[in-house]
Design a protein around this ligand. Structure first.
Ligand SMILES: [Mg+2]
Length: 138
């Protein structure tokens, strides 16, 4: 029953400690007409969230200052209205990541290297959920 209509918001916050990933995601997502704000730390991400409404945060899991799970936990604590999508690559303690993923399975997770179509579809789905509510998804 969450059917409140929101003003269109096409801004995605991308958080990853790897600059190459930020560069790729910025170029690719902007090519799909999304607005992208890319930062390399969760500290900077919270600064962005305080000043700029974003419909989606696309966050890396393995980061040095705060991992992606702590980050989305803090976003929830602050009651920020935003869709959350996780991303992870090979080579970072995959068993541990998958255990945690099961506990957070209501968040979409993208795997690096990215499947561009899957990435595009996941962001579009997040946009639709943000603007039209979860009952729109079927
Ligand atoms: Mg990382």
């Amino acid at each position: 029953m969450s059917s409140s209509i929101k003003a269109p918001n096409r801004t995605i916050l991308v958080v990853d400690d790897e600059i190459d990933v930020l560069d790729f995601l910025t170029i690719y997502l902007e090519s799909l007409s999304w607005n992208v704000v890319a930062v390399d730390s969760t500290r900077k991400a919270f600064e962005v969230l305080e000043r700029e409404p974003c419909f989606c945060v696309l966050t890396d899991i393995a980061m040095p200052d705060m991992d992606g799970y702590e980050f989305i936990g803090e976003i929830k604590n602050r009651a920020i209205d935003i869709e959350m999508v996780l991303m992870t690559g090979f080579g970072y303690n995959p068993n541990h990541t998958l255990v945690k993923l099961n506990k957070s399975s209501h968040y979409p997770c993208l795997f690096k290297p990215f499947d561009r179509r899957k990435l595009a579809d996941t962001i579009q789905a997040a946009y639709d959920r943000y603007h039209h509510g979860p009952d729109r998804i079927a």
